[in-house]
Ligand binder design. Structure first.
Ligand code: IMP
Ligand code: MG
Length: 190
């Protein structure tokens, strides 16, 4: 593991590695085992929000041993600055109906919880049989909207992190591990 798949410029922006590829693989396997037990016979629908969650989702799906289905939605925010938190707008809806289905909402990271809170309200209004949340990363310090989380992979410190799907301005998503982003990188942006 290292920074060999990054340009020098991007590699300089990286701080401490918080979760190695092996840490993630092991925790994802545990989550998959738990979900397989809890959802046996329920044929759940796993729902993700593009794009960050696709790394976690595809690894998680491969550790689940009961029949499951997967669907995605995409959102955008009414804001010119991607870093600012504006209201959420659905730009791609699910292809599957969730009515009467056991829905497991899968997220990469939950920070303020505002995005998830909005999406859960949308899904709940469609009458699923059940609706639970599985997130790989949770940063509870910044939570504004209280949301019950059924499955949590890791708790994050109050630091911006990248890798394994998490991006900074679309960079670093492809890293197989999760690292802190140096504060100078964040400070230098609007
Ligand atoms: P929330 O509405 O504040 O919970 O926003 C969660 C979203 O913010 C995630 O889906 C990510 O796209 C983004 N996000 C939050 N924290 C981080 C981070 O540390 N690195 C990269 N993206 C993050
Ligand atoms: Mg993002």
């Amino acid at each position: 593991m290292g920074t060999e798949n990054l340009s020098q410029e991007l590699a300089r922006g990286l701080g401490r590695v918080l979760f190695t590829e092996e840490d993630i693989r092991q925790r994802v396997r545990e989550l998959g085992e738990q979900i397989s037990r809890d959802y046996a016979g329920l044929n759940p629908l796993l729902v993700g929000v593009l794009k960050g969650v696709v790394f976690f989702m595809s690894d998680l799906l491969r550790t689940i041993t009961v029949p499951v289905r997967v669907d995605y939605m995409a959102i955008s925010r009414y804001t010119p600055q991607p870093a600012a938190k504006g209201p959420v707008r659905l730009i791609k809806d699910l292809e599957e109906s969730v009515e009467g289905q056991h829905v497991l909402f899968v997220e990469d990271v939950i920070d303020t919880g505002l995005t998830l809170g909005y999406l859960l309200r949308v899904l709940r209004a469609r009458g699923p049989a059940s609706l639970q949340v599985c997130t790989l990363f949770d940063r509870p310090q910044r939570r504004i909207a209280e949301i019950p989380l059924r499955y949590v992979g890791f708790t994050l410190p109050d630091r911006f992190v990248v890798g394994y799907g998490l991006d900074y301005k679309e960079a670093y998503r492809h890293l197989p591990y999760v690292a802190e982003l140096k504060t100078e990188v964040l400070r230098g942006s609007g």
